[in-house]
Design a protein around this ligand. Structure first.
Ligand code: PMP
Length: 421
């Protein structure tokens, strides 16, 4: 197969002409990528980059089993959920088998935003409330309702949306339930009834928070006491990434009423879902119709089934645990030698490195974190930036990431941290 080698500057010029400026590129020197395989991305010059950022290709870029599943299903049948067909049912059964028995039904969507939007609608219809609690730098999606629940994106909070501080420090985690209780009181004082608590179970945009286990439970209790529901947004944390459980809420011993998932679900093919208690969906269906043309189409379902199969057969959750622990402990020893690394947080292959200000550099922490991410890119390792102050390097690779990849990342990170600004 011949691969076209587009000229980077002409791609940049065409992009500026035809795409809205809301489409933003990563890195000071944007990458022109022509192909990908496993944990590697290849640019137009044939240079390879270690992908330590992309969680969507959870089983590795262009995994043959997923490509094969998509191709063969596309040549047999691709339709929607208004006919009796095998793939959406088989996928729903296989997904439900990974979740607690209390969560009994699936609604398919194409994006995480649609899944969260639907979860919000279910909460409103079932509880009769209109109020939602989120963390103060969360991201939950791009629809109008969810832009109002995604302070990371800078839009104003939606009507009835209240925030609690993301528990970045251990003391905050211990009082998270109390914060939620006070938030419910504030809401009540303005005459708003709580419908739900919506949390990304790894707090990705807030800066990655995995510890201490169990800190969600008191908050969920407060919500249930006033008739609200708990939505676990697993779009980031789900599908085995955290290493010791398939879903982020499980690490906290929590039981959600509704679970949303997407991103890695089709390894790059757009498929997402809302899973929840059957009684909630029954009540919702009594009062509302719902149809999503492409949600649950046979090809997307075939892709997602292949993803679940590969995660199981290649023991990728176990790999996330093994490689993640290796990387976390190596990063913690690096932090002892490197004062620029303020804190290492995370679980499995979802890691946040919080950087501190280095006064001698003359850079703000935001500029310093960006500088390191750009230096890593120049050195052939892709990481991202997150957190309220842009102070956290986000490491979230495909789950096929091995110890040898972790070693390369560690070597280049140490060099990038030491590079003079
Ligand atoms: N929830 C979380 C936690 C996310 O990170 C995202 C996407 N970044 C979404 C929801 C929305 O997913 P999508 O982009 O597929 O609509």
């Amino acid at each position: 197969m011949t691969i076209p080698h587009p000229d980077r500057s002409s791609l940049l010029a065409r992009r500026a002409r035809v795409l809205a400026p809301t489409h933003r590129l990563f890195y000071d020197q944007p990458l022109a990528i022509v192909r990908a395989e496993g944990v590697w991305l290849y640019d137009e010059q044939g240079r390879r980059y270690l992908d330590a950022y992309n969680n969507v290709p959870v089983v590795g870029h262009c995994h043959p089993a997923v490509a094969q599943a998509i191709c063969s299903q596309a040549s047999i049948l691709n339709t929607h959920t208004r006919y009796l067909t095998e793939e959406p049912l088989a996928l729903a059964e296989e997904l439900l088998a990974t979740l607690p028995p209390e969560l009994g039904n699936v609604m398919f969507t194409c994006t995480g935003s649609e899944a969260n939007d639907l979860a919000v609608q279910v909460c409103k219809v079932v509880t009769g409330g209109t109020g939602f609690i989120i963390t103060d730098f969360a991201y939950h999606g791009s629809s109008d309702a969810l832009a109002g629940m995604s302070p990371e994106e800078g839009a104003p909070l939606g009507a009835g949306v209240y925030t609690v501080r993301a528990p970045l420090r251990r003391g905050d985690a211990a009082s998270f339930g109390e914060q939620v209780r006070r938030c419910i009181e504030r809401m009540r004082a303005t005459g708003v009834q709580l419908a739900g608590l919506l949390l990304d179970t790894i707090f990705s945009s807030d800066g990655v928070i995995a510890e201490p286990r169990g800190f969600l439970e008191p908050a969920i209790r407060q919500v249930r006491e006033v008739g609200g529901l708990f939505i676990a947004d697993e779009v980031q944390a789900g599908f085995g990434r955290l290493g010791d459980s398939m879903w982020g809420f499980e690490r906290h011993g929590a039981l959600p009423d509704l679970v949303t998932m997407g991103k890695p679900m089709g390894n790059g093919h757009p498929i997402a879902a809302l899973v929840g208690r059957a009684d909630l969906f029954e009540e919702f269906a009594r009062r509302r119709h719902y149809f999503n043309t492409f949600g649950g189409n046979n090809v997307s379902c075939a892709a997602a089934r292949a993803v679940l199969r590969v995660i199981r057969e290649e023991r990728l959750m176990q790999n996330a645990h093994r490689t993640g622990n290796y990387l976390l402990s190596a990063l913690r020893s690096l932090a002892e030698r490197q004062p620029a690394l303020r804190e290492v947080r995370g679980a499995g292959l979802f890691i946040g490195l919080e950087l501190g200000v280095a006064p001698e550099s003359g850079l703000s922490v935001r500029a310093q974190t960006r500088r390191v991410a750009n230096a890593m890119r120049d050195r052939g390792v892709l990481v991202g930036v997150t957190g309220r102050d842009g102070e956290v390097l986000k490491i979230r690779p495909p789950l096929t990431f091995g110890v040898e990849h972790a070693d390369f990342l560690l070597q280049e990170l140490e060099r990038a941290l030491s590079d003079s600004p």
